[in-house]
Design a protein around this ligand. Structure first.
Ligand SMILES: Cc1cc2nc3c(=O)[nH]c(=O)nc-3n(C[C@H](O)[C@H](O)[C@H](O)COP(=O)(O)OP(=O)(O)OC[C@H]3O[C@@H](n4cnc5c(N)ncnc54)[C@H](O)[C@@H]3O)c2cc1C
Length: 336
């Protein structure tokens, strides 16, 4: 297990609310670390609606989800918060070190993170990619099976099969045209795509030019290869016909699922089954120096909106800092 140094404020979850909490804590000169299960920041906004417009966040009459989280990151990380991606917090403990009582979170990567206070901004829980229902699918991760496209260059000249019917699947079918071997095969289990119509029309045009092969309604039934993905079995679900298709990169873009998971076992009082109970005046939970904000924080009359979560982030971060310093909670204006 690797032990990470002590920070003033640890934030669990890098959604819009976690990033806001990082801003408010950083603005008060607190040291901050964010732990996030996904390999990307932005929470639900980046994972489920990056290409949709949001109209109700103060100061933004209309903004794309992805743009909003990029701005939240610019703002939230400006004081140098450390960001640990791809780590799901599993275990919560209180430990003693040099006479100080600290909060320790252990993640699935075997890191133990220590902090004086914790702000849980975990939304609906840790996100993970929705997986294909084929046998031993996990064995192919890192061996040609991808849930994200991180670097296009990794896919240069590769025979790609993309699975999905939403914006991400269509965006990458178009976006990899200048990188992957052509045609790129796009597999979707329904005849109709959910993605933007303009992207679907563009893909249909490329299909006529031989640069894309669109298979609907089709599903992946098997993955094969000697240590790495070399082929997939694809079923035409209308006719039942099976086809073995050569493939170096299988990119499944099927959205994400979330689960409160281990957090529900941490002996922190819950509000219903999916939220942590907080006192809305401080956003503190039943555990001292543990706060919660955003969708995961529950109290009577709670509304789960980004704006509300950002307000709670300000309350939680200011209370966390005040507790560490033994001060009265006071706002500090950011204007200079
Ligand atoms: C389709 C859709 C449209 C929406 N439209 C609007 C809208 O127009 N306006 C609006 O205000 N709101 C909207 N919302 C709601 C809004 O997205 C949420 O209120 C907001 O994302 C909550 O932010 P958050 O930071 O609290 O949580 P999230 O965005 O859910 O982020 C939580 C993060 O914590 C991480 N995490 C959780 N558990 C762990 C763990 N154990 N270890 C490590 N990381 C963990 C998750 O992976 C996730 O990235 C919409 C939601 C959806 C699904």
């Amino acid at each position: 297990m690797s032990e990470r140094g002590v920070v003033d404020v640890m934030i669990l979850g890098a959604g819009p609310v976690g990033l806001s909490a990082a801003y408010y804590a950083g603005h008060r000169d607190a040291s901050v670390r964010i732990v996030e299960s996904l390999e990307q920041i932005g929470g639900q906004v980046a994972a489920t609606y990056p290409e949709k417009h949001v109209y109700d966040v103060a100061g933004h009459p209309k903004i794309l989800g992805q743009k909003l989280v990029e701005l939240c990151a610019d703002q939230g990380l400006q004081y140098g918060a450390e960001v640990c991606l791809g780590e799901e917090a599993k275990l919560y403990e209180r430990v003693s070190q040099d006479g100080e009582e600290l909060i320790a979170l252990t993640t699935d990567k075997g890191s133990r993170h220590l902090a004086r206070t914790l702000i849980i901004t975990a939304g609906h829980g840790a996100f993970e990619p929705r997986k294909l229902g084929v046998e031993d699918v996990d064995a192919w991760e890192g061996r040609g099976l991808h849930y994200f496209v991180r670097e296009k260059a990794q896919l240069a000249g590769k025979r790609c099969v993309i699975v999905g019917g939403g914006d991400s699947a269509l965006d990458w079918t178009l976006g990899l045209q200048d990188t992957a071997a052509l045609p790129i095969t796009l597999v979707h289990r329904r005849d109709r795509f959910r993605a933007l119509e303009t992207s679907v029309s563009e893909a249909r045009k490329l299909e006529q030019e031989g640069a894309v092969r669109i298979l609907t309604p089709h599903e992946i039934r098997g993955i094969h290869g000697n240590g790495r993905v070399e082929a997939v079995t694809i079923e035409n679900t209308a006719s039942g016909e099976l086809e073995e298709h050569p493939c170096d990169a299988l990119i499944t873009l099927l959205g994400f699922v979330s689960h409160l998971g281990a957090i529900a076992e941490w002996n922190i009082e819950l509000e219903g089954k999916r939220q942590i109970r907080v006192d809305p005046k401080t956003c503190e939970t039943s555990e001292p120096r543990v706060f919660a904000a955003g969708d995961v924080a529950g109290y009577d009359g709670k509304i789960t909106l980004i704006t509300i979560g950002m307000g709670e982030a300000a309350i939680a971060a200011n209370n966390a800092v005040a507790q560490i310093r033994g001060e009265k909670v006071q706002p500090k204006y950011s204007t200079d």
